[in-house]
Ligand binder design. Structure first.
Ligand SMILES: *Cc1c(COP(=O)(O)O)cnc(C)c1O
Length: 490
């Protein structure tokens, strides 16, 4: 069979192995090997050498370079994954994060030797507080979901400090899935509040649940249908009248930067995803950063330590007797803090406002171009993302999953599918502010082409994807029984 250079990536590096081939060439060692080997007790020594791949340096470089080219990322392609905000990550953030004074600073360096890092964290907390209208921010949480957990634990500590026993947290059915999960983890019973026909919180249902046993109301803004909750201030007032704390899931602040602030809307707690709103990279499970902002009445409960400032510099304040405790081995994902700090400083206030203006414009542009072809989940205009439904296509035998797979062949990553759960055959599209009109048009044309194919050639869609390294996987098996380990043939 001819050597197929393009398909060489199909093989594992183990399968490239050739006995005796080496990835280095060094002069013969004049250090005796035996005494060193014998220093290790026999029971710890292998009977046979490890089955490592025997490959040349060039084999290794080509193998991993090819693998890296199979990667799909925002640096190579448009990535309209709704709720995830796959916006471009400016490279200047990376430059800053690689400055040796940041990148190589030991997390246990004495405060006097870490003043720059402490100042950066202190200032980033202040900037995020200003952006969100909050009084203080903890940078410790390593993800949005952990920010939620920290926020809910602070709410719990607050009620307990006042001698109040509250056991429930109210969450609308349009919330992000992490909201009920972190709430349950914090020991609360989750009560679902219904949405009305417009996808807004059903106020009568909310009122029915409010009472002295409710600790908090937790709402995703904008909600997962892509809409801003128009009665959010009234909701906060009604909750406060019952002593209920109001939590905003602000993972995506992309629609409201410089336009409104969670604190001004009446929220007591709000977390941010630096990896969504503030251009720190994400994907593949991390690293993330989910700082949490709070109003002053919750300050005593902040995770310890808190980065603080006194006359002669910055320090870690551990003397916080009411703190919910420490959330991380160290102080948070500091590299992400450097990137977000750099981003906010390079954008400035006007730049951040422009982010939201453009994110909302782009999402509405996509929604308008596609509404004649796909059903829209909630009447527009939308915020930074739009939710379509493939229910029309489903009648022709083409599901949201099929649309997603076909998009891969047409050169686009798929939108989020089947989320939010309250929309049948959901396709959640978040174009982000960093994409050009040309890119958005090309994406819309691909979506329109698929809608047409659904009417004429649905069989072809069911075949998709045909251009990717792997075709359709058994999604359940791929998630539940991942086969990630190579074993030598015996
Ligand atoms: C992404 C997201 C989260 C969860 O953030 P993680 O960093 O993945 O834990 C929570 N809420 C909303 C609205 C989100 O979009």
């Amino acid at each position: 069979m001819p050597y197929d250079n393009q398909r060489a990536y199909d093989r594992l590096v183990f399968e490239l192995s050739s006995p005796g081939r080496l990835a280095f060439s060094l002069p013969e060692s004049d250090v005796p090997v035996e005494p060193a080997l014998n220093a290790l007790p026999a029971k710890y020594r292998r009977a046979t050498p490890a089955a490592l791949p025997e490959v040349s340096e060039l084999d290794v470089v080509r193998h991993y370079s090819r693998l890296s080219q199979m990667n799909y990322g925002v640096d190579t392609h448009f990535y309209p994954l709704g709720s995830c905000t796959m916006k471009y990550n400016p490279k200047i953030n990376e430059d800053a994060a690689r400055i040796a004074g940041f990148a190589r600073l030991h997390p246990l360096a004495p405060e006097a030797a870490a003043q720059g890092a402490l100042q950066l964290m202190y200032d980033l907390g202040k900037m995020l507080a200003e952006i969100a209208g909050m009084d203080a921010v903890s940078l410790q949480p390593a993800a949005g979901a952990q920010g939620e957990l920290a926020g809910v634990l602070m709410i719990r500590a607050y009620h307990e400090a006042r001698g109040e026993k509250r056991t429930k947290v109210l969450i609308p059915d349009s919330a992000h899935g992490t909201n009920p999960a972190s709430t349950a983890l914090a020991g609360y019973e989750v009560i679902e509040v219904k949405s009305d026909a417009e996808g807004q919180v059903d106020l009568a249902d909310l009122e029915r649940h409010l009472g002295p046993d409710v600790a908090a109301f937790m709402i995703t803004v904008p909600n997962t249908l892509g809409n801003f909750e128009p009665r959010v201030m009234e909701i906060a007032e009604r909750c406060h009248a019952h002593g209920v704390q109001v939590y905003m899931d602000g993972a995506n602040l992309n629609a409201i930067l410089g336009i409104t602030r969670p604190g001004d809307l009446g929220f007591d707690v709000c977390h941010f995803n630096l990896h969504k709103t503030f251009t720190t990279p994400h994907g593949g499970g991390g690293p993330g950063a989910g700082p949490v902002g709070i109003k002053s009445h919750l300050e005593p409960f902040l995770p310890a330590p808190v980065v603080a400032k006194k006359d002669d510099g910055y320090f870690l304040d551990w003397k916080r007797p009411q703190s919910i405790g420490k959330l991380q081995a160290f102080w948070g994902n500091f590299g992400m803090h450097v990137r977000a700090y750099t981003y906010i400083r390079t954008m400035g206030a006007d730049g951040l406002r422009a982010v939201s203006d453009n994110a909302v414009l782009n999402a509405n542009y996509v929604m308008k171009r596609l509404e004649a072809y796909y059903d829209v989940a909630a009447p527009g205009p939308c915020m930074h993302e739009c939710v379509l439904s493939a229910r029309k296509q489903k009648k022709l035998g083409v599901t949201a999953m099929d649309v997603a797979k076909r998009l891969l062949d047409l050169g686009f990553y798929a939108p989020s599918t089947y989320f939010p759960l309250i929309v049948e055959e959901a396709l959640m599209i978040e174009p982000t502010e960093t994409e050009s009109k040309e890119t958005l048009d090309a994406f819309c044309e691909a979506m329109i082409r698929i809608a047409r194919e659904a009417e004429t050639d649905s069989r072809g869609i069911h075949e998709a994807p045909v251009t990717t390294p792997v075709r359709r996987l058994d999604q359940t098996k791929a998630a539940r029984e991942p086969n990630l380990r190579w074993r030598p043939r015996s």
